[in-house]
Write a protein that binds this ligand. Sequence first.
Ligand SMILES: [Zn+2]
Ligand SMILES: [Zn+2]
Length: 321
Amino acid sequence: MKLRHFGLLPLLLVTSACHLVGPSAREAAVAPAGSSPFELVVLGVAQDGGLPHVGCQKPCCIEARRAGRTLGPACLAILDRESGRSVLLEATPAIESQLALFRAATGTEEAPRHPVDAVLITHAHIGHYTGLIHFGREVASTRAIPVHVTARMAEFLRTNGPWSQLVALDQIRPTVLRPGATFSPIDGITVTAIEVPHRDEFSDTVAFRVSGPERTILFCPDIDRYEGDILERLLDGVDVAYLDATFYDGRKLPGRNLDEIPHPPMVVSMDLLQERVRERPGSVRFIHLNHTNPALHDEEIRASIEARGFRVAEQGERIGL
Ligand SMILES: [Zn+2]
Ligand SMILES: [Zn+2]
């Protein structure tokens, strides 16, 4: 039973507590929005290494190992219930268990050697794309799965092993997106990629704004800072934003000034977005939490985040698009 890897939490979430826009809407969020057949499922909420985290012998991960608590790296998936077509946002190192969660949450089955119909990838850091390795010859040996990426990321995949072998064997098909331009990974869903500042050694980095017939979500798991008008541009027309929450504040980075942390700390993001969230509670949900982030471990901190109208994304939560 694959779901066991995630503990009981996602099962409970799938069946009950899927947040939409505030507590009153929680039950409604279980079903797709209105008549829309498109459903988004959160498959992972942690930073690249997940929880527990290799090499961590601090209480956060010791306790998670003891309790069998597992959180995968930030990942979303979308299902079109009419056509059965699906899109994966990020191919993480936990791709197998995340796809299993997706199928369990939606009550669907994947076709043999065809786990999804399209993949969107934000950038070339390990928690975001290395799950593609399971599409290769030694594992699923998929056929021509479109992988929507920037031109630089496509070049990285084409020219570096083992990814280059997946491209040469036409197991994945890097499909170049242009930031700012809209494309449709599957019929009925439109996506705009927005460039964001990040540590760009192997590729540049984007966030995705994804629209179905009824709702628009933002997926921005990694951004170094909100410079200029980028936050307004990211959130333009967005109903629910999944935002970088790598660090809560500076406490895990002693001696570092808050301004120097290479991700907007949650406490800063909440101040910037408080007005928006006051009007629309639940419209900003934090994702990509570092294993040490107290919002994953400390009930009081979690309650204070929710009291301000924000949410920490939950593995298994669903939104109709
Ligand atoms: Zn990351
Ligand atoms: Zn990154």
